[in-house]
Design a protein around this ligand. Sequence first.
Ligand code: AMP
Ligand code: MG
Length: 462
Amino acid sequence: MNTAAQSAGVLSFEEAYEVVRERCRSILEAGDRHGKEVLLVQALKRVLAEPVAADRDFPPFARATRDGFAVRAQDLADGMMTLRVVGQVRAGDSYDLPVASGEAVEIMTGAAVPAGADAVVMVEYTERKSKELNHKGHEETQRKAENREVIDADDHILDIASHHKPKPQENRTQKEDCIEIDIVEIQRAVVAGENVVPPGAEARAGQELLPLGTRLGPAQIALAAAAGKASLKVYRKPRVAILSTGDELVEVAEKPGPSQIRNSNSYSLAALVTESGGEAVQLPIAPDEEGKLTELIQEGLKADMLLLSGGVSMGKFDLVEQALKALGAQFFFTGALIQPGKPVVFGGAGSVPFFGLPGNPVSVMVTFELFARQMVEALSGAEPSRLKSASARLRKDLKTKTGLTRFLPAMLDGGLYGPEVEVVPWQGSGDMLAAARANCYLVVPPDREKLAKGEMVTVVLR
Ligand code: AMP
Ligand code: MG
């Protein structure tokens, strides 16, 4: 008989989840962690042991967000829709003269908007032309496009021409005393600031970009790279011992006898631990015998966290809780009203948290996702993430029984605007094929015995 199960409780899913979160929070706060330097390329999924600050303004200059023409918005507000193109600035270049009234600078996305200009007109709303001026003031305006159709100059061009000052970008034509200048017709006005990100709008030099404890994904790594960090100080990964128990188990490379099965849980758990930022330490299979089991549990408790698989049900040979109890472990719960995974156990031995996960392969994965993942994250020094959930339309009627919150292997698809979900066919908690076909768990609340086709349901993403 399981004495531990009587001393700690069987909780609802929500209660059990909150108990784990509470422990995660205190572990995160109490953590005495050490950092080490790793190359940026090795930093994926690691947790920052020191904050990353901006080494300069982000962006460092007024950045054009479109290809087009840098202009003074006031010119356009004043009705001056034809401007003289006085230069070009490409990404990486600078245009050093201030843009004066009546002028525009051709600009590419990502380039620095020159002083004087305060907006960028998208190239789509412009028409580039060239105009020749001769010494008598006769002028022609031509489209720069292939058909070079001759069009009349308008008042503004005359106006610009009369204020014309030679600029370095001008092309003097072969014809004596003729100057060819570029002009652009603006078809849509812009307001000041349009298509420009001002310097420091994202962050000021010295400002914290990534706080201590940030878990590094691709976007965070990009930010660190932009701030010039070729290496980062990250926390040591927590070591998570994995101990599969069961007399029926053989190692993967061994040939199982007729009633034996291979130990797959140590592998699903190692993969889940690695994915959540821990270092998996696989222990040898523990038999359903208290002496050897205790020895291996003691070995496992040398790590930062221990995950046990199997041996937590009410059977005669389910000895995990008993062995842990004999080692002085504390139990925070000894079951949760969920399916699969009802016999899940959570506790601590000294400062080492442990989970006893029911041995069925789907139960192991579901209970890891629901409870253990956040603990690995907290031990890594990162804020433990909440369950990732989404809403989707149910594809087929579903019948269950009330009393347990169910997390059924399911397939979510249907694109961005109409996600749909359907449980995958399964033979119960031992059906690994079902788990391998699924990409989420469909949540059935404990008070529902039927979910109807077409209703919106919640899924937990993996
Ligand atoms: P238990 O929770 O110990 O009662 O285990 C329940 C069932 O899960 C067992 O009968 C096995 O079929 C299966 N099982 C237990 N441990 C493992 C393991 N490490 N790998 C694969 N299947 C397992
Ligand atoms: Mg067992």
